[in-house]
Design a protein around this ligand. Structure first.
Ligand SMILES: [Zn+2]
Length: 333
């Protein structure tokens, strides 16, 4: 099997990349985003990336209320879609992903990272669905109306509120993927109890590789996600891959995939890098990078690494994108 050819042919899907954390700050920043996006696209092409989930994450320290911040970021995405219609397809249904691949455009899903923008209003949840949001990370690091985030204490933090349970049920009804990446252990257990649909961790690490980082999960969580037929997406955040982030490499990332596959099988593992949206041209210091896997243009190296480690072609296809497609097909349609 030729890794380069396989990479080109198969669906490659990255389940997490932030849109623009500070986007609502100024109109000037919006211009910066467009410039950044234009620099991002050639890397996407070089990386053979077919599908990217872009997450809207609001900044609590800004004066603008979270719902307004999210609307501004959403507008940015729709604007990007209309000014880049030859290169980007906003994905609203699973078939859009396959169609985009056939046309050679990038399929872009929109997600919320942290449900702060919906406040405590189910009506706002429906509104975000209508505006194209198809998955929500219920919390970021802090407490919101739905549940606690991991920074409130991975083991001590609380689970779903009654409103949070309502949100999960409504997301099942609407066809939105529930993402538990930043939740506490209790939060994940509650979501698994309430949700009738598969759920995902859009970007996560394993405690086996780095026990001290709050964004790494015990095997118990991986197993529970797999039991619901969901997907655990391996992240490239260096601090979650190694005690000393400077030691995080492409091989460490492959070790994380190995571990996940060993515990829950190749049907339940995916990719969720969390590359910084501006790292490619802001020149962030090296500790922000995983050596050998610094940006989206490095994805072919992951395919080559999996081939080298003895994965079958069918398992590589699942890990690199087909598992996420399966879940989105079931949940979103
Ligand atoms: Zn995150």
């Amino acid at each position: 099997m030729d890794p380069a050819q396989l990479h080109q042919e198969m669906l490659v899907w990255d389940a997490h990349r932030d849109v623009a954390y500070e986007a609502p700050l100024s109109e000037r920043f919006l211009q910066g985003w467009m410039t950044g996006f234009d620099m991002h696209l050639p890397l996407v092409r070089a990386g053979g990336l077919d599908c990217q989930t872009y997450a809207i994450c609001v900044a609590p320290e800004l004066d603008l209320p979270p719902t307004a911040q999210a609307f501004k970021e959403l507008e940015l995405i729709w604007e990007t879609q209309s000014s880049h219609s030859n290169t980007v397809t906003l994905a609203l249904k699973s078939d859009d992903v396959l169609q985009a691949k056939a046309q050679g455009t990038l399929a872009a899903w929109v997600a919320l990272e942290g449900a702060e923008p919906i406040l405590n209003q189910i009506g706002l949840l429906r509104g975000f669905y209508r505006m194209g949001v198809r998955s929500i990370g219920l919390t970021w690091n802090w407490r919101n109306a739905i549940a606690d985030g991991v920074a409130e204490g991975r083991e001590q933090g609380g689970g779903l509120t009654r409103f949070g349970e309502q949100v999960v049920r409504e997301m099942n009804q609407l066809g939105m993927v529930v993402d538990v990446a930043h939740m506490t252990l209790q939060g994940v257990r509650d979501v698994l109890r309430v949700s009738e649909q598969p759920i995902i961790v859009s970007h996560g690490g394993s405690q086996r590789l780095c026990a001290t980082h709050r964004r790494t999960s015990p095997d118990e969580i991986l197993e529970a996600i797999a039991e619901k037929d969901g997907v655990f997406c391996a992240t490239t955040i260096p601090e979650t891959l190694a005690q000393d982030p400077a030691q995080a490499t492409l091989e460490t990332f492959l070790d994380l995939i190995d571990h996940c596959v060993r515990v829950i099988g190749a049907d339940h593992v995916g990719l969720g890098a969390d590359f910084d949206v501006f790292q490619s041209h802001l020149g962030l210091p090296p500790e922000h990078w995983v050596k050998g896997l610094e940006e989206v243009d490095r994805w072919p190296r992951v395919t080559a690494g999996l081939v080298q480690r003895g994965y079958t072609e069918s398992d590589i296809r699942k890990i690199m994108g087909e598992n996420l497609l399966r879940v989105y097909r079931q949940v979103v349609g």
